[in-house]
Design a protein around this ligand. Structure first.
Ligand SMILES: Cc1ncc(COP(=O)(O)O)c(C=O)c1O
Length: 336
């Protein structure tokens, strides 16, 4: 169901993994959660570069919002209050899933828009004499806006390059680039070409020791699992929910400290609301309200989580990755 398989452990992958319940995927049950399988037997293409078919929990939530609560939310009358509660519920659910707080969940139209807004905010904090590190493993969405921001501010861009001898981003090379001048490091959670997973906690720790902020592009990783972002130590973690059986929105975890440090990019009257500061437009209420529904699907496929959503996500991640690893074996065997 996912586009690439992750190559784990190559860089001593993340120490954030908690103990988890082993779940063997029941594929028939999983298929029953996807309306795309309802009509006929022709193949369904669940590659997710351009967006995967959504699970039933997502499509039901969207349908309910559009037919029952499609009004201006957060007002006092019942329908409006319910619309607002549904939106807040998505923030709560994702905060639990990713190990962060409600105010740290920011929804935007896409990851590209979220990085674009972020880079505008950083542009007001970065200038000549400062340095920013990007990688040549990044997707354009994570690196392009940052590179343009660096150029426009007169700061210096440093590129952390994949070592051609072993095909990974090496921590030694990062250490050589970091200095007291480094203000920001952007990098992907995993390669979107070969799937190698970067050691996010170790990278974030090195950056933090140098006094730099970190932006992690989790778009390629998220279809393979929702991580404990809170434990990773990143200041920003982004992914696109339309690749994870959810709505067509970008999710950005923006840790509170940085949210208040960066200048507000939203309406002046939103300046005090952390989750609105990097979200300039009025949000898509229906999609925000339906964004959390995919987590009901995660819970439905991981029976022993005892109401602990973080635990359910961890179990699902391991089950998905175990399944992908098995699917990948014939490909790996036949590579020259
Ligand atoms: C690794 C990676 N980062 C970022 C993006 C941009 O995401 P969005 O389409 O939500 O702007 C993509 C899109 O394919 C991607 O593959």
């Amino acid at each position: 169901m996912t586009m690439t398989s992750l190559v784990r452990g190559a860089m001593g992958a993340s120490a954030t993994t908690r103990s988890y319940d082993r779940v063997v995927l029941d594929l028939e049950r999983i298929r029953s959660h996807f309306p795309a399988f309802d009509n006929g037997s022709e193949p369904r293409f669940f590659e997710n570069a351009g967006g995967s078919f959504a699970c039933r929990q997502t499509t039901d939530a969207l349908n309910r919002f559009y037919t029952e609560t499609k009004v201006q939310p957060y007002s006092k009358y019942q329908m409006s209050a319910t619309a607002g509660e549904l939106m807040d519920h998505s923030h709560e659910r994702w905060a639990q899933a990713l190990g962060v707080t409600n105010s740290e969940i920011v929804f935007g139209p896409s990851t590209s828009m979220n990085t674009y807004v972020l880079s505008h905010a950083f542009a007001e904090r970065i200038g000549p004499g400062d340095e920013v590190i990007v990688t040549n493993q990044d997707h354009e969405a994570n690196t392009g806006a940052t590179r343009r921001m660096v150029e426009s501010t007169g700061a210096t861009l440093r590129e952390w390059q994949v070592d051609p001898s072993f095909g990974l981003l090496g921590l030694d090379a990062l250490e050589g680039l970091l200095s007291a001048k480094t203000k920001l490091v952007t990098f992907p959670h995993c390669s979107n070409i070969v799937g190698t997973e970067n050691d996010v906690p170790a990278i974030c720790q090195l950056a933090r020791q140098a006094g730099a902020r970190t932006i992690v592009d989790g778009v390629s990783y998220a279809p393979h699992g929702f991580s404990d972002v809170g434990a990773m130590g990143a200041d920003v973690y982004l992914f696109s929910m339309y690749k994870t059986f959810s709505v067509h929105q970008g999710l950005m975890v923006l840790r509170d400290e940085l949210a208040h440090e960066l200048p507000n990019q939203s309406h002046y009257f939103n300046a005090d609301v952390a989750r609105k500061r990097m979200s300039p437009a009025g949000p898509d209420h229906a999609q925000v309200a339906s964004a959390g529904a995919v987590l009901d699907y995660v819970e439905a496929t991981t029976p022993n989580h005892e109401g602990d959503l973080r635990r359910a996500c961890e179990a699902a991640k391991h089950a998905w990755q175990e399944h992908e690893d098995a699917l990948l074996q014939p490909v790996l065997r036949n590579l020259p």
